[in-house]
Design a protein around this ligand. Structure first.
Ligand code: FES
Length: 580
């Protein structure tokens, strides 16, 4: 795509607040001047909002104030006026009931923070899982020039000489304790070794996946995704972003110019190549919805189907983000996709030029981290979309994290009605379950949990683990952490709490999973299924008030991005009325 920059100079949006000698203009400038800002900073130069998700209760983003200052340097150098603005920061590790329940609230807050205030361009400082999609969703709905800057991943963790990855080893060590292979004291000892520096999860979990997604979409400067949080080059990335956003405002290069269907195709294929998180499915659908791009679950399946997973990172592979950075990071992956004919080379990025120009010259510095195609972790790394009478609106599975011997499986369902039921019974030695069974978890979808918790990778029963078994087929309407693994069918839609077929599965029913055939089937007569569905009633009363009620009443299904129905779409940045 060829982008034609706008004419410059011209009157910017911020001048609606700051220009002239009216009472309102003086009011707006005067209050800003209490920060010691000289008068000429209000002369019509681009005002850049640096949206900062710093929070000490969001440890993955707790270092962002430093990056905000670096962006500020760059904006000043390029002749803009930078303003740091704190925004809603959703922590994956702490927010209850789930971080996902607040992605849409954060996106709504970000959108109104931008629209309601005197900004011409936006730099989004993000990191932990939900912060990246929520800020881009909000920014896309306003459509002011925007660049994303990630906080970067933590340095590698090590425990007893073994590389340990955020999340991935939490699940592994937890299962090892249950199987009697690790003591509880060793588990506690491993705790600090998993998080040895500032930054986000160091596996190819959701944070690193979403950092890669926004780079593949063209919404960051090239190379953003993998630079470790504490590497000085992360500061340089922030600094250069500050310079670049000022020119983007002058050129009027907006998210809607960059976030095309081709850009989303690039991102979906990138997700397959990196072995990215299933959460990217929901977040990219939501971002596309904010700019009116028609992106569907079927696009995910079709576009990723022939893309090998070449990034050898946990949870699918062996290494961590630090090694991915040293190997060359995402630009190497994009180059490899381009060479294989799997990249839309002309897709525009925040640079103002095509993505191919950013990556065509890069080198792979470690072929054990970014693998040759014939040594890929899997030749078909794309997210699989399953359908059938158990998932009429779709369900997803990540093949690079699944077990080959379970890709075609028929087994007896062992049903857990909700997460509390699962927790209460999973360690019961009397539970009738073995490795041939299919574990089914209900009521963990967008409306059910509420907020679609990351519990789909249910831990296996101890009596199965003790046999040395490490994987079973698991089906739910939940999500799974991007750091998790296993033959796990997720996002089953419609969810149980809306009366989807998942709601009426009973222990003892037979379920067929056929990944190659993209099929998820509950093996009961159709008349029986219809009779069960007709008799279904919701088990839990909806919330009566507060955000929980707004969320419950308006959140859509996982197949529709779990966005709120009234937030879909781009509403632009126009302010309807002056404040005084
Ligand atoms: Fe924040 Fe993983 S918990 S990035």
């Amino acid at each position: 795509m060829t982008f034609k920059p706008a004419r410059w100079p011209r009157k910017l949006r911020s001048q609606e607040w700051f220009a002239g000698t009216s009472k309102d203009a003086i009011y707006h400038r005067s209050w800003m001047k209490n920060q010691g800002l000289p008068a000429d900073l209000f002369d019509g130069r681009p005002v850049i909002g640096i949206l900062n998700t710093f929070s000490e209760l969001n440890p993955c983003n707790a270092h962002l104030n430093d990056l905000a200052e670096r962006v500020k340097h760059g904006v000043y150098e390029a002749g803009g006026l930078p303003v740091i603005v704190p925004v809603f920061s959703v922590s994956e590790s702490g927010f209850r009931p789930t971080a996902m329940m607040f992605r849409n609230l954060a996106a709504m807050a970000v959108e109104e923070t931008i629209r309601g205030q005197q900004m011409d361009g936006v730099v989004c400082l993000v990191g932990c899982d939900k912060t990246t999609p929520s800020l881009l969703m909000g920014a896309a709905s306003c459509d002011l020039p925007t660049i994303m800057v990630s906080g970067g991943p933590m340095l590698n963790g090590y425990f007893k000489g073994e590389r340990v990855g955020s999340g991935t080893h939490l699940w592994k060590f937890s299962e090892a304790v249950k199987a009697g292979e690790m003591t509880a004291a060793e588990f506690v000892e491993a705790e600090a070794s998993m998080s040895r520096s500032a930054g986000a999860c160091n596996t190819m979990g959701t944070a690193s996946t979403m950092a890669s997604m926004v780079e593949a979409l063209g919404m960051t400067l090239s190379g953003n995704a993998a630079i470790p949080a504490v590497d000085s080059r992360r500061r340089v990335m922030a600094h250069l972003t500050g310079r670049r956003i000022v020119q983007m405002v002058k050129d009027d290069l907006k998210p809607s110019d960059i976030l095309t269907r081709e850009a989303f195709r690039n991102a979906v294929r990138t997700n397959a190549a990196i072995g990215g998180s299933t959460n990217a499915v929901i977040h990219l659908l939501a971002i596309a919805g904010r700019v009116g791009i028609d992106l569907s679950l079927d696009d995910w399946d079709a576009w990723g189907r022939d893309v090998p997973t070449i990034v050898n990172l946990m949870p699918s592979g062996k290494y961590l983000m630090e090694e991915f950075f040293y190997a060359g990071g995402l630009p190497v992956v994009l180059k490899r996709l381009g060479e294989a004919g799997l990249l839309h080379k002309g897709a525009l990025t925040v640079s103002g030029g095509p993505i191919w120009e950013e990556v065509r010259e890069v080198q792979n510095h470690n072929e054990d981290v970014i693998l040759p195609a014939d040594e890929a972790l899997t030749q078909s790394g794309g997210i699989v979309v399953l359908r059938g009478n158990l998932a009429p609106d779709g369900a997803v599975l990540k093949p690079s994290a699944a077990s080959a011997h379970l890709m075609q499986h028929r087994g007896r369902a062992v049903v857990f009605e909700d997460i509390d039921d699962y927790k209460a019974r999973i360690e019961d030695e009397a539970l009738e379950i073995d490795e041939t069974c299919v574990m089914v978890l209900k009521n963990c979808g967008p409306r059910g949990y509420p907020g679609m918790a990351e519990v789909g990778n249910m831990g296996l029963p101890p009596k199965v683990l003790r046999k040395g078994i490490t994987d079973m087929v698991r089906i739910s309407d939940a999500r799974m952490s991007g750091t998790a693994y296993g033959t796990v069918v997720l996002h089953t839609s419609p969810e149980a709490a809306r009366g989807g077929p998942l709601a009426v599965v009973r222990t003892g029913d037979l379920i067929e999973l056929d990944v190659a055939g993209r099929r998820l089937h509950l093996d009961i007569p159709d008349a029986e299924l219809q009779a069960r569905l007709a008799a279904w009633t919701p088990g839990v009363a909806p919330p009566a008030s507060g955000y929980a009620k707004l969320y419950h009443d308006h959140v859509e299904g996982a197949d529709k991005a779990a966005d709120m129905d009234f937030l879909v779409g781009c509403r632009g940045n126009a302010v309807a009325r002056e404040s005084h």
